[in-house]
Structures are given as C-alpha cells and as structure tokens.
Design a protein around this ligand. Structure first.
Ligand code: ZN
Length: 488
C-alpha cells in the first residue's frame, strides 16, 4: 500500500523528473534515445549491464532504501561500476552515498559498465524499507526487479526515451510494461525506466487486453492456489476502473505476484508488484484483494496519471482517495458485499479516530511530510474526505464525483500543485472539495462525523475511539448501501 519512499537527495531529483515527465515539449526535443542499456545474464544471479549515453553525464543513481543489513541499500548489489569518456578513456565514478555516484569535477562519461548481483533475497526489505516488492526478488525461474534497483541512470536527464536491449539467453522471457520491439524495451523517459517493475526468466506471464490496455501478470508457483482468484480480480478490477474513468493511462500494464510473510504491494508508473502472506488464507484474502485493488487504482491516481508535484502535500489525495475509490468500485463490481462494505467504511472512520490521537493538529497537506508517522491521517483522513465529497456531491448530480475525478485524470499531463488540484476539484463540485478538506482539518469529533453521515444514508457509532460500527439506513432494490457507494 505504500507508494514509494525516497531519500532526501532523491526527492529533489524526483521533483525534476516529475516536472519533465509527460511534457510534450520535452518529448518533441528528443532526436534519439538519451541512452541505450544492454543487459546480459552472465552467471547465476549475475547480470552485466553496459550503457551508451547520448548526453555526457557526471552523476548516476539507483534508489536508496537503507536497511540495517545494507546501509547503502540497493547500491550494494551494483558491482564494478566503471565510466568511460567519449574517447574511450576510463573515468572513475565515486560512490557518494544514498545510491549516487559522481565523477571528479569536470569529467563526464558517455558509457558505463557494471554488474547487478541478484542477492536481494539475502536480507529483509520489509522491516525498514517498503519491502522486496519495491526492490527485487527471485521466484521460480524468474528474476524480478524494480527499475530503480537495476538501472544506474541519471534522473535529471531530459524526458527522452531510454532503450534497453535484453541480450538474454534465448528461452528467457521479459515481462515489462515498456513498449517492446523484439527484445528491445523502450521506456518513455528516465523516470519511466526507474519507476517500473520488470522480470526476466523462464516463467510465462498471462496476458489480457481490455479496452486498449494490454495487461500482463506473472504469478509465482507458491501462490498457485489463488491463481484463479487473481485472474478473476485482474479481469474485473481494471475493467471497472476503465469504466469509471472512461479510459486507462498508457496501453501497457505489467503486474507481479509472489509470496512473503505479509501482504502488501508497490505501485509504479505502469506496473505493480504484490507480495501475499504465507500461509495463504481466506482472512488474508480480504486484505490482499483490497491491496490489489488499491495498487491498480494507482495507475489512475498516484503513479500512472494524477500525481502531485510535491508528492508529500497530496498523499492524502493520492492514497486516501485511492483507498476510498477502491472500496467503492470493488463494491460496484460485486467483488465485496454490503457487509464487507460496512466493515470497510467503519475501518475508514476508525482509522480517522486513531489519526486524531496520533497526529493531533496536523493538516492533510502537512501529513505527508512524515508519511509513516501520519499514516492514519493520510489514509483515513483522505478516505473520509473522499467519502463525504462523493456522498454530498451526489446530491448535486449522480455523476458529479465521478466527473470530478475524470476531469482530474484527463488533465493530468503534468503533476498537480496542491492548489491547482483543489481548484479543479472545486470547479467540478461547486466548492465542496475545499470545504470538506477544511472540515477534516478542523478535527471533527466522532459525533460530528456521525451527524454529517446520517443524512447521507450511513449510520455510524463510535465507542471510545477504536470501536466503530456502520449500518446502512435504507434498503434499495438490491442493496442497503446508498446509491453513491454501491453505484446501482
Ligand atoms: Zn497506495
């Protein structure tokens, strides 16, 4: 469920990458790929990578998730990194911390070579970092990597395509969200290469085509027993979301499923990865199927289309609205029933009650500065705002909330400043969005929330702060859930 965690150093670069990504002007300037990477499997668990670069460069990065056993994070699996100048002379690259390498001043490189050791499973990335789903792992006869753990690149390069030639053993299959020409992948820009997951090996993924979106999913053999359920969800969820938003961003989407000691997922631009808890169980399915729905929703909100220019200011929207939409649309698709819907709404309200204790006097926009500490406010407060906005906007018109989300999605070529995002939402909802955010920021009591929800068809009660119950007040033809929620 956590989207991404980057070091302070990378945050700066991330902003730049965001600023450039998707800009038609920048795309037009690209005469050729900014770099071409060549990937070979040279030994068990070892890849050799060579890159020729069209823009001489003095700085390279992988993402850095420092953990106890690997203080320098993913960079510890990058070996023998060597740079070369245009004339072929070797140029040293010095490791400068936080996943970065630099040349001596005034020196630039046009070619690099290095090896990647697929040793990531020797340590647990789940304790202090987002988990192996956001780094790298092995399953069956497949190597799984997130681009930012494998490709040593410069995130400040212009938003021009990067080519990757996979010169792997012939029988190996490449699963990726990138456009493929034969065994050459073309990522749209540096960010698109780093912020996506791919896999290489002998295992074959499943594919489906939905309204122009090619979906690929690869499941590890130890998750075989839930393959049927995953297949069903991978069919129904994207279809429901495409229906809601009117289309899908991009035309390729790659997903990966493997097991771990807990269930969680990581969303990237046009891909996501999920780890599912062993032993696989019906109770945990409630969690992982929701996580799956949440990660897919990020294709529209948070990773693939709608993004915040300063992501920390908009986490309440990219995470909270994502979580709410997941609940709503999974109900709409018939994947959960009214009872589960009531539990999920109760969870949102409980999470917000906890948020008020854990993050007193923190606004939604400030909560993202410390995503871990304010997790309940970001997810609970954000989802509460979405719930009330949807319900109250539905009084203006049946599809007001949906159209407001579509409007944001359709204008998401560039990341949103928080003010622009709010302005757009307000325009669609007659100022409701800002009013509701201000109200959530005023820390409404459980009773205030109860009073506001009753006219919307949701009866809620809270005992202390950690017991919350929800009952839907009116029974329609097929459901007791209010129409705005069940979409009937
Ligand atoms: Zn998320």
């Amino acid at each position: 469920m956590r989207k991404r965690r980057v070091t302070a150093a990378l945050f700066f670069q991330l902003g730049l990458a965001f600023g450039l990504a998707g800009s038609a002007f920048a795309q037009d300037k690209c005469q050729a790929p900014i770099a071409t990477y060549n990937v070979r499997n040279i030994d068990i668990d070892t890849f050799s990578v060579e890159a020729s670069i069209n823009k001489p460069t003095s700085r390279f990065d992988v993402f850095a998730f420092p953990i106890k056993e690997r203080p320098e994070g993913q960079s510890e699996s990058i070996l023998f990194l060597q740079g070369y100048a245009q004339n072929g002379d070797p140029v040293d690259l010095h490791y400068v911390g936080e996943g970065g390498w630099e040349t001596d001043e005034g020196k630039y490189v046009s070619r690099i070579t290095y090896q990647v050791r697929a040793d990531h499973d020797e340590v647990d990335w789940g304790k202090d970092a987002p988990g192996k789903d956001e780094v790298a792992t092995r399953f069956d006869e497949t190597y799984f990597f997130v681009g930012h753990a494998f490709f040593v690149i410069n995130y400040d390069w212009p938003a021009c395509p990067i080519e990757v030639d996979f010169e792997l053993s012939e029988e190996w299959i490449i699963t990726s969200p990138w456009k493929m020409t034969g065994r050459t992948a073309i990522a749209a820009n540096p960010w698109n290469l780093g912020q996506n997951a791919f896999a290489m090996g002998l295992d074959e993924p499943r594919t489906a085509e939905l309204s122009g979106l090619d979906i690929t999913w690869l499941i590890s053999s130890d998750a075989k027993e839930i393959e049927g359920r995953i297949n069903e969800l991978m069919d129904v969820i994207p279809r429901t979301y495409i229906d809601f938003f009117g289309s899908a961003p991009g035309n390729r989407y790659a997903t990966y499923f493997f097991t771990d000691y807990m269930s969680d997922g990581g969303a990237f631009e046009n891909s996501f990865a999920m780890r599912i808890a062993k032993p696989i169980s019906p109770a945990d399915e409630i969690v992982w199927s929701h996580t799956l729905g949440h990660e897919i929703m990020h294709l529209w909100n948070g990773a693939g289309a709608i993004q915040g220019k300063k992501p920390d200011q908009t986490y309440w929207f990219t995470e909270g609205f994502t979580d709410y939409l997941t609940i709503k649309l999974m109900r709409k698709a018939g994947l959960i029933d009214d009872n589960m819907l009531m539990q999920r709404i109760a969870n949102v309200l409980r999470r917000y009650e906890i948020a008020k204790r854990r993050s007193p006097n923190v606004t939604l926009a400030d909560a993202g500065k410390s995503k871990g500490a304010n997790w309940e406010l970001i997810y609970g407060g954000g989802a509460l705002a979405a719930l009330i906005l949807d319900a109250e906007a539905s009084k203006q018109g049946t599809n007001t909330f949906r159209d407001a989300m579509r409007d944001l999605y359709e204008h998401s070529d560039n990341p949103y400043e928080l003010d622009d995002l709010m302005e757009r939402l307000d325009r669609s909802t007659n100022g409701k969005a800002s009013q509701i955010v201000t109200w959530v920021n005023s820390s409404p009591s459980a009773n205030d929330i109860r009073q506001r929800l009753i006219p919307l068809g949701i009866d809620s009660t809270t005992f202390r702060f950690d017991e919350v119950y929800v009952v839907f007040l009116e029974c329609g033809k097929n459901s007791c859930a209010p129409d705005f929620l069940a979409g009937l």
